[in-house]
Design a protein around this ligand. Structure first.
Ligand SMILES: *Cc1c(COP(=O)(O)O)cnc(C)c1O
Length: 480
């Protein structure tokens, strides 16, 4: 039996050898993959920001999953044709739709190193170096938005998970029995509604607070709502402000909201997934005053720090609250700050086994330096102001308020015909031509175009091109 087992094990080991490429094969594969990435990145400057994707479905789904190993070069070719090409090129400098990220190359290298070593970043005792780095990275994020010592945070997969994590922490801290009321505007991101459902607060009393002409929360209306609830015996639980809405980039008046939360004992959460990390630059700090007074904030390094998708962050002013909400093993885990490297990510979030996310943020911060990030952020804010000013001086364009950060909304007023229909057509045509990618939104029942400038690759030349393309297309559609 032993001999037969040994023979079978030897056979299986040989058959599985494809999972363990030797040093030469690793080098060959990396050279191919690196060449592939270089070609993709090298083409970005001229490649369209949007391509049609019908042809993807005309091709068979290939590779079918076969028993045998495939040729690496052919497999990468397939990815190039069938994945890299079709759809929106979010890495393009001319991608200014939705909320761009960009995808720093340093982060791709960080991911590669993290995946190659596969350090177990869920638990301090398993990977003290990795966990220390994650905690230091989160502490830097917390400091960046002005949180005090004693704050704690964790890296999530994105802003939706960050908001959910914060809302659960707020529930555990202030609304365990339920029944507390929630305050937000209609511009709150839809992930908030999803998070409230997941957190078991779908039916909690919810007050949609009116916005002003800049699409910011009206503080007088919030004060009224809080007072009315108190008078009616309803406990104010959670105020959710936006530090940059996705629609127009509007920042709610955070300081005044903080005052009200303090007065009424409500948890002050800021959804800063799009805008919060603009606190790194001076123009951003001028727009975001009061963020440092939040109880919790959701941030998205995969937006405002230009990372590839897959990294959000939640920071909570009183770190113990986060630990209390998520630690499943508080008895034998050192309390916050007492272990040499700080708390384990596994005790600060719903996750346990998770990727070592910090390296994709830590590495670019080290290799490029913070000044480069700060300059890129200032550049984005100034580009948005420039876009706004340039469009304002052209006939025919109706423009929303000057951007608080780097998103602005605008639309064309045609001489004849329906304005909404015209702007829908304009957007469709722009997207079909594909050179520039913008997206739209609906505000008060009207269609608006929006421009979100947030890729580190987007510069003056691209914004100038977007403005002139918009002018060309508007004239073209008017003539039709
Ligand atoms: C992007 C965004 C979210 C959602 O974050 P994901 O990273 O997409 O999960 C939430 N709120 C705001 C304001 C956002 O911009």
């Amino acid at each position: 039996m032993i001999e037969a087992a040994r023979a079978e094990l030897t056979r299986l080991q040989a058959e599985a050898a494809g999972l363990e490429p030797d040093a030469d094969s690793r080098a060959d594969l990396m050279a191919l993959a690196f060449g592939h990435a270089q070609a993709f990145l090298g083409a970005l400057d001229e490649a369209p920001a949007n391509r049609s994707w019908e042809d993807v479905f005309a091709q068979p789904l290939d590779p079918e999953f076969g028993e045998a190993a495939r040729d690496p070069a052919e497999t990468l070719d397939y990815i190039g044709r069938s994945v890299d090409r079709p759809g929106i090129t979010t890495a393009s400098p001319r991608f200014m739709g939705y909320v761009p990220g960009g995808g720093l190359f340093h982060s791709a290298v960080g991911d590669f190193l993290a995946d190659a070593s596969n350090k177990y970043a869920g638990f301090a005792s398993a990977a003290p170096g990795a966990v220390r780095l994650e905690n230091a990275t989160c502490a830097w994020l917390a400091r960046t938005i002005g949180f005090p010592e004693g704050a704690a945070g964790t890296l999530t997969s994105g802003g939706s998970m960050a908001n959910l994590t914060a809302i659960v922490a707020a529930r555990e801290a202030l609304d365990e029995p339920g029944g507390g009321a929630i305050y937000m505007t209609r511009f709150a991101h839809h992930c908030i509604d999803k998070a409230l459902r997941i957190a078991g607060r779908r039916l909690a009393p919810r007050r949609l607070i009116e916005t002003d002409g800049h699409h910011r929360m009206r503080v007088d209306r919030l004060a009224e709502a809080l007072e009315r609830d108190r008078a009616d015996g309803i406990r104010p639980w959670l105020v959710i402000a936006s530090a940059g809405t996705v629609d127009t980039g509007a920042v709610d008046p955070l300081s005044e909201i903080a005052d009200l939360c303090e007065r009424h004992g409500a948890w002050f959460h800021v959804d800063g997934a799009y805008g919060g990390l603009f606190m790194l630059c001076e123009e951003g700090r001028a727009a975001l005053g009061g963020l440092e007074r939040a109880d919790s904030a959701a941030l998205d390094p995969h937006k405002t720090l230009f990372l590839p998708y897959g990294t959000g962050a939640v920071v909570v002013r009183d770190g113990q609250v986060l630990l209390d909400a998520f630690s499943a093993s508080a008895d034998y885990i050192s309390p916050l700050g007492e272990s040499g490297v700080g708390p384990s990510p596994g005790d600060l979030s719903p996750e346990l086994t998770r990727p070592f996310r910090a390296l994709r943020l830590w590495l670019p911060l080290q290799l490029a330096g913070i000044a480069a990030f700060r300059a890129a952020q200032s550049e984005k804010i100034l580009l948005a102001r420039y876009f706004h000013a340039r469009l304002a001086e052209r006939p025919g364009w109706e423009i929303g308020p000057p951007p608080d950060l780097s998103i602005l909304a605008f639309r064309f007023r045609p001489e004849r015909g329906d304005i909404d229909e015209f702007n829908q057509r304009l957007l469709r045509r722009l997207q079909e031509e594909g050179r520039i990618f913008l997206s739209g939104t609906r505000i008060d029942g009207a269609d608006w175009l929006r421009c979100a400038i947030l890729s580190f690759r987007t510069h003056l030349v691209h914004v100038d091109e977007a403005i002139s393309e918009l002018g060309r297309l508007a004239a073209l559609l008017e003539a039709e």
